[in-house]
Design a protein. Structure first.
Length: 288
């Protein structure tokens, strides 16, 4: 097995079987051939231990062991990544003073990682860190090319997803969901590519629908439609867009618009590969 296959399989399996994926990390070390691959392995090690297993001390040990690999460069990008991952795990454990040794960009990136670690395990701490990340952004002057935009966007997106899945969120939760969705869209708009911007608009559409703001939801979904209508778009993007529009029009009780969205969504679903069809079957079932 080559490294790319190993990492792809690990990401595919990590939600369903995080302990099993963690048990493979030792074998994965032998496949690392360069510094970029080192960073990719350290990334999933941090994520699995910090988020899914909630075993952050074990994660610290695992990342420290990775630094013995020949591809690790303490003064290079891999060293910087390791320091962020270690700081994130320590911050997730509630340690104080963790951010003091870092500049603004790294502080935001570390806090973003810690938010993801804590969203399920300690939601109150995650929310507190989210507001801290926004405060750091507001007090910083960082270029649009800074990588913190992508990290904060992804964390904000996932925070909004988690709240949307809550069957009975409070009004405060819903306000946080909208703020997180807006934050994701804003920061992906500064740094992300077309697929990132699409994800941000789709999240906004779903968030606005969740709170019953159907005009705003439709506007965001129509932005998705513009992105999903280009030659570079994918059947999955078209399905997700028309699925979301269908739900919005169903909520709005516009049968004609709903029937149109439903028809196009089902046609796009038929073009998906087997894996995507299986993954999005629940969304397909929502359309009737």
């Amino acid at each position: 097995m080559d490294f790319d296959t190993f990492i792809a399989q690990a990401w595919d399996d990590h939600v369903r079987d995080p302990q099993g994926v963690a048990s493979r990390f030792e074998a994965g070390k032998a496949l690392v051939a360069d510094e970029l691959q080192f960073i990719r392995l350290a990334d999933i090690v941090h994520h699995v231990y910090g988020d899914h297993l909630n075993e952050r001390q074990a994660g610290l040990v695992a990342i420290q062991k990775l630094t013995r690999l020949r591809s690790y460069r303490e003064t290079g990008p891999s060293g910087a990544a390791v320091r962020r991952f270690i700081a994130s795990l320590r911050l997730s454990e509630g340690e104080s003073g963790v951010l003091e040794a870092f500049g603004a960009s790294d502080q935001i990136r570390i806090v973003s990682l810690a938010i993801s670690n804590l969203t399920d395990a300690d939601p109150a701490h995650a929310v507190s860190l989210f507001h801290e990340a926004l405060r750091l952004v507001e007090s910083s002057v960082l270029p649009c090319s800074d990588p913190m935009h992508g990290d904060l966007a992804l964390t904000s997106h996932n925070l909004a997803v988690g709240i949307e899945r809550d069957a009975s969120p409070s009004s405060e939760d819903l306000a946080l969901m909208i703020l997180a969705a807006k934050t994701a869209r804003h920061h992906w708009g500064l740094l992300g590519d077309a697929s990132d911007i699409f994800a941000g608009e789709l999240r906004l559409a779903s968030a606005w629908r969740k709170v019953g703001e159907l005009t705003s939801a439709r506007s965001a979904a129509e932005n998705c439609l513009s992105l999903a209508s280009t030659d570079a778009s994918t059947p999955l993007q078209r399905f997700l867009t028309w699925h979301t529009l269908g739900l919005i029009e169903r909520d709005a009780q516009d049968k004609i618009a709903y029937d149109k969205a439903n028809k196009v969504a089902l046609a796009a679903y038929a073009q998906l590969g087997p894996a995507d069809q299986a993954r999005h079957a629940p969304k397909r079932a929502q359309l009737g």
